[in-house]
Design a protein around this ligand. Structure first.
Ligand code: G6P
Length: 350
């Protein structure tokens, strides 16, 4: 068992450590991605469909496709697809994101979409049902993932989505930049000991909030999902700008708020939100640049990135500390992070 886990205590920890490599291997698929893109007709709408962690990867996809390719993009939960995907036609590309390629809701949506639109499945498991039914297929190269909570498959899904948007938008500059990402992620893994200490400090919290804006909003959502899945602590991911519309009422002394605040367009406004929760007694755990003195002064704990990572790329390295934080909190609470209660790796019922 220990051998299978490569010396790590759990598959989840092993899989988090495999992330830089999973991203690198997925980047090597770029020629396959280009081939698929060459076959595409001109689309005027993109629609992402997924569940769980794959849905959060899709949310980033919306920002990328609208920003890099300039195509209006929707993101729909697979279980909501039949209620909200009205206007599909042959000019729409529906992209299904699924680790397993077997999630029942995702397959059902794929079958509906196949009748009206062009479909693409981005999947980790070779030969899975989604890969056999979609018009086009791209593989994420994360290798088998055993931990129920998705980690390395999430970052390889993101990588594949970045590459797809970059190829469709023919953006050579971004295609060069992506090669730096595995190194940024390796450096993020170096924060492990610090994160272990933070996990000890907050392991008995009842509620957690995760906030971020723009590219950091899905990251906040994913941070909260990881927390729920493997620590059984209530975690809520929120768009930082929505704080004032509800969650601020729940902020009181010592409520942990994880703030994802990379440098870039959204930085100052999210920093403003950090100051708001801080003024109401929250314990702020921030993720940001090592050059961000103001953020540091507002935070109880800060996980700093030494690399210059602009917000467009932040979802990949910034999710790493969040996964590690949930992992170590889970272990501290005596839970097996690989097998959380009531959850399955692959949900094959609607
Ligand atoms: C389950 C898993 C999650 C996963 C979700 C979607 O809930 O526990 O980790 O994100 O299904 O799965 P898929 O295989 O379609 O990505």
């Amino acid at each position: 068992d220990m051998a299978e886990k490569g010396g790590y205590d759990h598959f989840m920890l092993k899989e988090i450590h495999e992330e830089p490599d999973a991203v690198k291997k997925t980047i090597m698929e770029v020629s396959d991605i280009k081939k698929v893109v060459e076959k595409f007709p001109k689309f005027n709408r993109i629609c992402f469909v997924a569940c769980g962690t794959s849905y959060h990867a899709s949310m980033i996809g919306k920002y990328l496709f609208e920003g890099i390719v300039g195509i209006p993009t929707d993101v729909i939960l697979a279980s909501e697809f039949e209620f909200s995907a009205g206007a599909l036609d042959e000019k729409t590309l529906v992209i299904f994101i699924s680790q397993s390629g077997e999630t029942a809701d995702t397959l059902k949506a794929l079958r509906t979409a196949n009748e009206k639109a062009e479909t693409l499945a981005i999947v980790n498991v070779l030969g899975s049902t989604a890969t056999r039914e979609a018009d086009h297929v791209l593989y994420t190269r994360a290798g088998p993932e055993i931990g129920v909570a998705a980690t390395k498959t999430y970052v390889s899904q993101l990588t594949c989505i970045y590459l797809l948007a970059i190829c469709m938008g023919q953006n050579e500059k971004l295609l060069e930049e992506i090669h730096k990402i595995p190194e940024y992620m390796k450096n993020a893994l170096e924060k492990e000991d610090q994160i272990k200490d933070i996990a000890k400090k907050y392991k008995d919290a009842k509620d957690f909030f995760f906030i971020g804006r723009g590219f950091s909003y899905p990251t906040a959502m994913e941070g909260a999902l990881k927390l729920k899945e493997i620590t059984y602590i209530h975690g809520e991911g929120y768009a930082a700008g929505e704080l004032k519309h509800g969650p601020l009422a729940l902020i009181e002394d010592n409520v942990p708020v994880v703030a994802v605040v990379p440098p870039g367009e959204s930085h100052d406004r999210t920093l403003g939100n950090v100051q708001e929760v801080k003024a109401r007694g929250a314990s702020v755990i921030a993720l940001g640049s090592c050059n961000d003195a103001v953020l540091r002064s507002e935070s109880n704990d800060i996980i700093e990135f030494e690399d210059e990572i602009r917000d467009l790329w932040s979802p990949l390295p910034y999710v790493v500390p969040l996964q590690l934080l949930s992992y170590y909190m889970s272990v501290e609470r005596g839970i097996d992070p690989d097998k959380p209660k009531n959850l399955a790796k692959c949900v094959t019922v609607e």
